[in-house]
Design a protein around this ligand. Structure first.
Ligand code: SAM
Length: 299
């Protein structure tokens, strides 16, 4: 007995609502992946600045798992109507053997070694090294499973900079990966902020799965740390980082550190200039055309 796998290519900003609508229409599960994965056409890009969901690719593929005797066309019709799609997007189906499906899905997500000590490990994998600091994170809907270069840049920076007892704010927390990593690296007071309620749910779940105490709140809610944080890290995009500059700097305590990611190399100088009235930022590291900027606020 197997399943039917229904694959639909769609715009990134529609993928999440289509996945939800497919579940409502009877799919057993729905996941989102890079539509260009494996074609050699992957580009390390986010969605449009300001978009609520910002996966690290240009077009998404929604994969829904259906009962083997399900009517895929009817389920897709119902889902498309529910989210107001004028046209049914192109779709394909495949019969999937029960055991193969599980193995194939899980095999796509191997543990990622971020640095000497830090690993990101899906929950179905063994910890690769007993000495490692393991972040247990499953691929899900919220951005931040560690495979994107901007996340990696932040994780590497955190591993160098977090000191035991630090307080940290992860602005644009997505899955909460940076906040959780900071806590595992010794930070004791850890908060995350996001505009996406789904990200906050994922972040709270991930913190629990990693036995980490962290507070995740919506961007509109007030923070209760008037003295500022030892570290503020924000992996968003150049445009929001520009708009958020005074707020982000305001959350760093005097003498504390700020790290920004989600910035293309050619945007670095402009961002450095934008933050210059408050804090002197430098390029801390680069990866695949992305930079991490970091600096210390004056005492
Ligand atoms: C690129 S993801 C980063 C996720 C995670 N911190 C990481 O490093 O992998 C950016 C996150 O910022 C959030 N975001 C975008 N604009 C924001 C804003 N103005 N305030 C708070 N969060 C924002 C998005 O919802 C998204 O979850």
């Amino acid at each position: 007995m197997g399943w039917l796998s229904l694959a639909i290519e769609t715009r990134c900003d529609l993928a999440e609502s289509l996945a939800d609508a497919l579940m409502d229409a009877g799919a057993l599960s729905a996941s989102i992946e890079d539509a260009d994965a494996g074609t050699g056409a992957e580009t390390p890009q986010f969605g449009e600045p300001g978009s609520v969901t910002t996966p690290g690719w240009e077009r998404s593929r929604v994969i829904a798992l259906l009962a083997s005797d399900a009517n895929a066309a009817a389920i897709l019709d119902e889902a498309a109507a529910a989210i107001g799609l004028a046209e049914i997007p192109a779709w394909t189906t495949d019969l999937v053997e029960e055991q193969d499906w599980v193995r194939l899905t899980q095999a796509q997500f191997e543990p990622i070694r971020v640095s000497e000590r830090l690993w990101i490990v899906p929950s179905w994998h063994e910890a690769p090294d007993p000495e490692a600091i393991v972040l247990v994170l499953d691929p899900g809907m919220a951005f931040g499973t560690g495979s994107h270069p901007t996340t990696r840049l932040c994780l590497e920076w955190l591993e160098r900079e977090v000191r035991p007892g630090d307080s940290l704010l992860d602005y644009g927390c997505g899955s909460g990966i940076l906040a959780i990593a900071a806590a595992r690296l010794g930070a004791t007071s850890v908060s995350g902020i996001d505009i996406d309620p789904q990200a906050l749910i994922a972040a709270r779940d991930n913190a629990e799965a990693n036995h980490v105490t962290a507070t995740f709140i919506e961007a509109a809610e007030p923070l209760t740390t008037p003295a500022g944080y030892d570290i503020v890290v924000a992996n968003i995009l150049a445009n929001p980082l520009r708009a958020l500059a005074p707020a982000l700097v305001g959350h760093v305590r005097p003498g504390g550190h700020l790290a920004l990611s989600g910035i293309l190399s050619e945007q670095a100088d402009e961002l450095i200039a934008c933050y210059a009235p408050w804090i002197s930022l430098d390029v801390a590291d680069t990866r695949d055309g992305w930079v991490c900027l970091a600096g210390r606020r004056a005492d």
